[in-house]
Design a protein around this ligand. Structure first.
Ligand SMILES: Cc1cc2nc3c(=O)[nH]c(=O)nc-3n(C[C@H](O)[C@H](O)[C@H](O)COP(=O)(O)OP(=O)(O)OC[C@H]3O[C@@H](n4cnc5c(N)ncnc54)[C@H](O)[C@@H]3O)c2cc1C
Length: 395
């Protein structure tokens, strides 16, 4: 069977690796001219994604690229007394197998694992998919594939071609932006944040990075008049949302216009009941993005790619039953991640000074208590912050 995957970021290369291992002939088409290294911030890999990476033989490399953040310093202007939080203990309460890594590094590692067993074509994209699997590419060629998988993210082209424009999306009320800034603006092993109602700005770096990343999360009173392709307008909207928060934040914003890497997206959740049609299915953000930065979308993408590859390997030519089993296995994890993301979108960026105080106070308490105790407390709610650690891995 020959399989075409659209998108070479996280879900695409993981799926390509596992399908090729099971004897499928795999082609990956990526719209960008090369692997996208256009910014993005640190993402969390939780237990199942760690185990899948271990089975791929890339866990050591992933751990070697961990951000290594150990301290979170939170400033709440106008107060001049920052709160210091043990970041390792904070994360340990959520997961007992976890790594924080830059999205770009992770994408490169998965790509390196897959590129020897699958064909990667950069700078091209699918423009049409016929029912018999005939695919037309923007580059002018036409080819037939048995199965086509959209791993092309929140704004998936495959999803638009197969399901149309009217897929239900819910805007979770916030925006995420990541800006590359000079390394001198950050501190080694420390994330420094400025918190105010409806807006949070943070900066951090990692030893192996040449730059630092400023991360902005905000929930304006009214949704922005926003276009996900209009970068200049997004940059203006970001600067106006964070004006006058703190002089340090002004310095990060001063980099926006000439930053080499800028990421901006609305925190949007996809609400599809099914993500397969005919010989086409979706994986990762393309099918079930819980919302960037709030719902563990990267771990879910790795997990989904692995489950899909497992079901396709089991079903052989019968891709219809593979897709049905894939959707059945993913139903609970996807539903759980949607709920978690909706809660996180409200709590991570509180709407009031009291909310900010409660968030920072809660983080301080977790960082002071013994990890065993906070883990036991978190385990009381398997659908809460430990959701990902409880997802079962197929054999
Ligand atoms: C540059 C970038 C920066 C990001 N930064 C963050 C971040 O800071 N925080 C966060 O929470 N999430 C971020 N994300 C999203 C995060 O990577 C995903 O939520 C998650 O990892 C799931 O991965 P995915 O492979 O399903 O989708 P994505 O990582 O979104 O990857 C989709 C891939 O498909 C490609 N693509 C898109 N359209 C087409 C098309 N029509 N044809 C072919 N290829 C196409 C894209 O170029 C991309 O390589 C970022 C994504 C990208 C692409």
């Amino acid at each position: 069977m020959n399989v075409l995957i659209s998108g070479a970021s996280i879900a695409g290369p993981v799926l390509a690796y596992w399908l090729a291992r099971s004897g499928f002939e795999v082609t990956v088409v990526e719209r960008a001219p090369m692997l996208r290294k256009t910014g993005g911030h640190a993402i969390d890999l939780f237990r199942p994604a760690m185990e899948i990476s271990e089975r791929m033989g890339v866990l050591e490399r992933i751990e070697a690229h961990a951000t290594g953040t150990t301290l979170l310093t939170i400033n709440r202007p106008p107060s001049t007394r920052p709160a210091h939080i043990d970041y390792v203990k904070l994360i340990a309460a959520m997961s007992d197998r976890h790594v924080e890594i830059m999205r770009d590094d992770l994408s490169q590692i998965y790509y390196d694992a897959a590129r020897h067993c699958a064909e990667f074509r950069f700078g091209d994209q699918i423009t049409d998919i016929a029912e018999d699997g005939t695919v037309r590419f923007a580059g002018g060629t036409t080819e037939r594939f048995d199965v086509i998988v959209g791993a092309d993210g929140l704004h998936s082209g495959v999803r638009q071609l197969v399901f149309g424009e009217h897929v239900q999306e819910s805007f979770l009320g916030g925006y995420l932006s990541v800006v590359s800034v000079p390394k001198a603006l950050a501190y080694q092993r420390q994330m420094v944040g400025f918190y105010a109602p409806r807006r949070i700005a943070m900066v951090y770096t990692a030893e192996h990075l040449d730059d630092a990343r400023a991360v902005f999360l905000f929930r304006p009173e009214q949704p922005l008049d926003y276009d996900h392709r209009d970068v200049v307008r997004q940059q203006r909207q970001l600067c106006s949302a964070f004006a006058d928060l703190a002089p340090e934040v002004d310095a990060w914003l001063g980099e926006v216009e000439h930053t080499p890497a800028f990421y901006f997206d609305a925190i949007t959740q996809l609400q599809m009941d099914t993500w397969s049609r005919g010989r086409v299915t979706l994986v990762g953000d393309a099918g079930y993005c819980p919302g960037p930065a709030v719902g563990g979308s990267t771990s879910l993408a790795v997990y989904g790619a692995y489950v899909l590859a497992t079901e396709m390997a089991r079903a052989g030519d019968d891709y219809g039953s593979a897709f049905a089993n894939y959707e059945r296995t993913m139903a609970a994890p996807v539903a759980g991640s949607r709920t978690l993301a909706r809660i996180n979108a409200r709590t991570i960026v509180p709407g009031s000074p009291l909310g900010v105080k409660a968030l920072v106070g809660g983080a301080r308490v977790i960082s002071l208590l013994p990890t065993g105790l906070t883990q036991s407390m978190a385990r009381l709610n398997p659908k809460g912050v430990r959701l990902y650690d409880t997802m079962p891995l197929p054999a």
